[in-house]
Design a protein around this ligand. Structure first.
Ligand SMILES: O=P(O)(O)OC[C@H]1O[C@H](OP(=O)(O)OP(=O)(O)O)[C@H](O)[C@@H]1O
Ligand SMILES: O=c1cc[nH]c(=O)[nH]1
Ligand SMILES: [Mg+2]
Length: 224
């Protein structure tokens, strides 16, 4: 479903996606359930991308009884998933259930929260590690990060990917987005489609999404 006034941003509206997100937002949801919830959400989002964004084709096949026509999803072998460390790790685990043959890339990018936000509202981003597969024209590339807050991390990640190829589909997939982050990424990368389960109200003074779900990395990795 397209988001009003934003050509390239779309909500994932599957009821189970909303249900799962609501469960992991809950402050009472502990680490294991939180992590499993992110995995489940990744799987549902993967199925939604297949259903809404990929084409099917008819193929002739032999059942044990006779020849018939079946329908197959096109391009499942040409999917690249980029894992933005570290909070995206369980989210990507779920996506891989939908795209088991995806080629994978990893980028470690994190906000320097001590430095604080600059005048434009962005955080400085530290990139420690980048390992991307070669991206081809026919690929569907999904850059996964459950949280899109100021958009600083995602813009930095996309800077690393952008020059390397011009794939058929390039999606940024998040679970929770803030309006500021969507706007920042949309303005910097107008050709990229932004997919998210929820657009929350705002950012707080520390750049956290409100109502959000807190620090996704800390909750999944139990580091607080
Ligand atoms: O849109 P932004 O303002 O850039 O914020 C979003 C980023 O912040 C979180 O990562 P964090 O830097 O906390 O690292 P982590 O995944 O290691 O916890 C989150 O997973 C995103 O990558
Ligand atoms: O709300 C936020 C913002 C950035 N990163 C998170 O994990 N949560
Ligand atoms: Mg991160």
């Amino acid at each position: 479903m397209p988001i009003e006034n934003r050509e390239n941003a779309y909500l994932i509206t599957h009821a189970l996606a909303k249900d799962t997100l609501s469960r992991i937002r809950d402050v009472e949801t502990e680490q294991v359930s939180f992590r499993k919830g992110l995995v489940k959400l990744g799987r549902i989002c993967g199925y939604e991308i297949i259903d809404g964004r990929m084409e099917t084709e008819y193929v002739e096949l032999e059942t044990p009884l006779e020849t018939t026509m079946g329908e197959r999803v096109r391009g499942l072998d040409d999917v690249v998933i980029i894992n933005v460390l570290r909070a995206a790790t369980p989210f990507v685990e779920g996506l891989l259930k939908a795209f088991p043959r995806a080629r994978q890339g990893v980028i470690s990018a994190s906000r320097d929260e001590e430095a604080g936000r600059g005048e434009d509202g962005s955080f400085p981003i530290t990139v420690d590690y980048v390992k991307l597969p070669e991206i081809h024209e026919e690929d569907t590339v999904i850059v996964a990060d459950p949280m899109l807050a100021t958009g600083s991390t995602m813009c930095t990640v996309l800077d690393h990917i952008d020059g390397s190829a011009d794939p058929e589909n390039l999606f940024v997939l998040s679970a929770v987005s803030a309006p500021d982050g969507l706007l920042r990424v949309d303005e910097s990368f107008p050709d990229i489609d932004l997919l998210t389960v929820s657009i929350d109200d705002r950012l707080d003074d520390n750049g956290f999404i409100v109502p959000g779900l807190g620090d996704a990395g800390d909750r999944a990795f139990r580091t607080t």
